[in-house]
Structures are given as C-alpha cells and as structure tokens.
Design a binder for this molecule. Sequence first.
Ligand code: BES
Ligand code: MN
Ligand code: ZN
Length: 502
Amino acid sequence: MLIAFAEPSLPHGGTLIVTVGQDRALGPSVIAIDRITGGAVGRALAASRFTGKKDEVLEMLAPTGLEVARLLLVGQGKLETLTETAFETLGGTAVAFLNKAGETEAWLRLELPAGSTLSPGQAAAAAGLGAQLRSYRFDRYRTTEKPDQKPSLARLTVQVAAPAEAETAFARVQPVVAGVTLARDLISEPANRLTPVTFADRCTALTEVGLEVAVLDQARMAELGMGALLGVAQGSAQPPRLVTLSWHGDPTPAAGRDGRPVVLVGKGVTFDSGGISIKPAGGMEDMKWDMAGAAVVTGVMRTLAGRQARVNVVGVLGLVENMPSGTAQRPGDVVVSASGKSIEVINTDAEGRLVLADALWYAQETFKPRLLIDLATLTGAVIIALGHEHAGLFATEDGLADQLLAAGRAVGEPLWRLPMGENYDKDLNSDIADMKNVGSGRAGGSILGAQFLKRFVGDLPWAHLDIAGVAWSKKDTATVPKGGTGFGVRLLDRFLADIAEG
Ligand code: BES
Ligand code: MN
Ligand code: ZN
C-alpha cells in the first residue's frame, strides 16, 4: 500500500474517509460534505448507533452529491485529548475496514480540533504510520488465497493542510516501520525455518544497513564457559548461536555524554518444547515465538541504523532451541555459567533464564554497558498477572523504570512495574549449587524469574521486560494485526531517543 499526503479536495471514485468526534461532534469538513450530499450524512447518523467513539465506523455507499463510491465516517472519541496514538488508531482502523470492503483507493480527510498540541503534519504522519502498521501481513507461506481474501487497498492519501510537513514527519518514522516489520517477521517464522543458525544469518544480513554483526558458535561459547546456555542447547539437533549487533551512532561523545553503550539482551529460544520437563501438547505451537525478545532487540537495532540514531547501542541475542532427547539436560543436572556461578536445573522448561544468564554475563564483560535492558518471553506467570495488555517491568532504579514506563505509554506499548526483593531471592537457593533455576512453588513466578536474572547482573542500572503476554496477539487491534506484535521495538526506540540522545 502506497501512502501519500495532499491538500484537501473532493476525490473522484474510491473512498473518502472523514472523522467524527465523540457525541457526533462534526468538524467543518463533515458539515460541508453533509451540505453537498443534501443532508445524507445527518440522516445516516440519525439512522445508526454511531456516536463517534474511538474505533467506530459508519459506511455510506454511493452518497449522492459526491463522486466517491463510499464515504466512511470514523469515530475519533474525545477531541480534546487527541494524541499521536489516536491518529495511528484512526489510520489503522480505516485501512482495516477498507481492505475487507474491497476498496482499492482512499483519501483520509484529517481535521485537528482547535488548540491541538499536535501539528497537522505530525497528526497526518501518525495516521499514515497506523495505516502501515495495521497493513502488516505474514503471508509468505500462503499459496491458495483468492483475490477477494487479500487486502485490497493500494493507495491511501492523507488530506492535510500541510502535506510537505507531513511527508517529512512520515519519512522520519519509516525506520520504525522497518524495525517493527522485521521483528514481526522473525516472530511469526516457524521454528523449522527459523533456527538459531538461520536467525543469526538474518542478523548477518543487517550489515547492509550499517550494523556491525558478530556471531559466536558453539565452540566459542564452550571456550567462554557458557555452560548454562549450552546446557539448554544440548538436547537439540540445532546448534546454538550468540549474536551481537552493534550500532555506533555516537562515536565522539561530547563532554558530559557517556560513550559506553546501552546494551539490549534478547531471549531467543527458537522453539521451547520445555525439554525433558516437556510442555503439554495443547498450544505448544506458540513456543515458536519464544524468541520474541531477540526479535525485538533485532528490530530496535534495525530502527536505530535506519534513522542514524546518535547513540551507541549493542544488541546481544542468545539463540537456542530447547528440545528433549537423549542428549538433553535432565532435571537435577548442575551447570556452570560463564560467570562461574553454578545452577541446579530443577526444571528444564525454565530455560530462558539459563540462556540469559550467559548472555547477560557476555554483554557486561564484553561491552561494559552504562545501562542494561533485557527482553524475554520469560514466564507464563506474567500473563496470569497482567494479561495481554501490559508487559512486566522489573528495574533496579526508579528513574530508569519511570523512563521506560513513560516511553511505553507514549507509543502505546505499556509496561507495568512489578516488585523485586531479597525475600523473593532466597527461594532460589539450592542445597548443592549456587542456585536453582526455579523457586519452590508457583507463587510469584515472574518475580522469581527476574530475581534469577539479577544474580547475573553487576552493579549497573538494569531493567528486565517480561513480554510473554504481549509478544503475540490472538486478535487484531487498531495498529497491530494478530500474530507477532513486535511489542518493544517502538518502546525502546522512543526510550533511546528520549533518554540516551536527549
Ligand atoms: N517460554 C516460556 C514462558 C511462556 C509461556 C512464554 C507462555 C509465552 C507463553 C518459559 O520458558 C517457560 O516455560 N517458563 C516456565 C517457567 C517455570 C518452569 C518456572 C513457565 O512459565 O511455566
Ligand atoms: Mn520454557
Ligand atoms: Zn521459554
């Protein structure tokens, strides 16, 4: 789908999309169109339950007086509080409707309420971004789709008073689209296609956009003593990889700016069967997306390179497959991590933390980060706690937590902070090793996961995002079609723009 920007005009053919505020608040455009159509808009509103709430759509076919095939009224909710997210929602909602309706060309007439804090260009770019994000599809394995099942919209023109400004703002967010798209592609890819090796190959290809990529193989990881990560990998026929993606956007930090990188670490379990502590069959296919943390880190790195971000960031991906077999690790095995700490593996299904133990160590040892953030589909328990609307946030510093919370709110990828503490940590003590990989029961499962990771984090600001509940969506939302969401790409991009570059 092509997206363009132009000044308002009445199109010939296609669909004209106009917006309506809460309680049928009509702006000047809609009032003018009502007049041209001889009051048809008013009559349609009166005949419907459409009130202008966010996400509501009212379709008027072949309206007399206009030369369009369809007039689409889209609700925008309360006009006083319109944010960028509201315009993303508008763009996403409109294109989803028209793709189902079979429309090929549309014009979206934007209207900003008086006193809006957003400029027309920003609002138009946000609408375009929402349209793009919602138009994402993972269809590379579909061969028999009929034309009427495919999305139809070929072109969307956003009508706005300042099209040039909109184009500039829209161009600026294209790296975000590229990063989110890459993350979603990786997350949706099945585990027979995306193995640790093919994932690493996809990373290596990113040298083309200016990232520096290094790949550690099994032998190198063995030399480094990564017994925790390798213990998870040893049951699989697929060899593990550890990938680093580096972006040096701030080569000569000015006075006061810290040149040390922010390091992002991602859990990349390309399939999590549970290992010998095998998972139940029902829903096990979901565990192809147990590499979403690594995919999101990859997506963020793609975005940073795309927008030539003035910041130094390194992504570290721990890529393994967790399988049961004659060579798999057993419950009760003790492994020694690269940090030297030993771990009694009580449950082979708590594998993400084992992978991250060594990846976090490597990240700190190699890159001396000023700040460390990991992303992982770590626990089912975070879904019990927060459902699918917030990711779980753990942080060692309130300031860091607040900055991440704010970035998440700003881009519509919200986090909810959960507590940590010494008394939780005690539950990880083992009788025969430095720690166990699970607590004694199911209580506070996500917190125990975070406490385990913290044992591998030195004295630096650290945050852990448990994205198990938000990495995959079973339903469409305004800007996120069902499937891999890419949750975290926009959040971390915004966080890095706000904080590291600010
Ligand atoms: N990858 C899973 C967590 C998960 C569950 C992600 C559901 C997405 C959806 C993780 O490796 C796991 O199996 N965690 C265990 C931990 C337990 C053994 C302490 C879990 O959540 O049951
Ligand atoms: Mn698991
Ligand atoms: Zn897992």
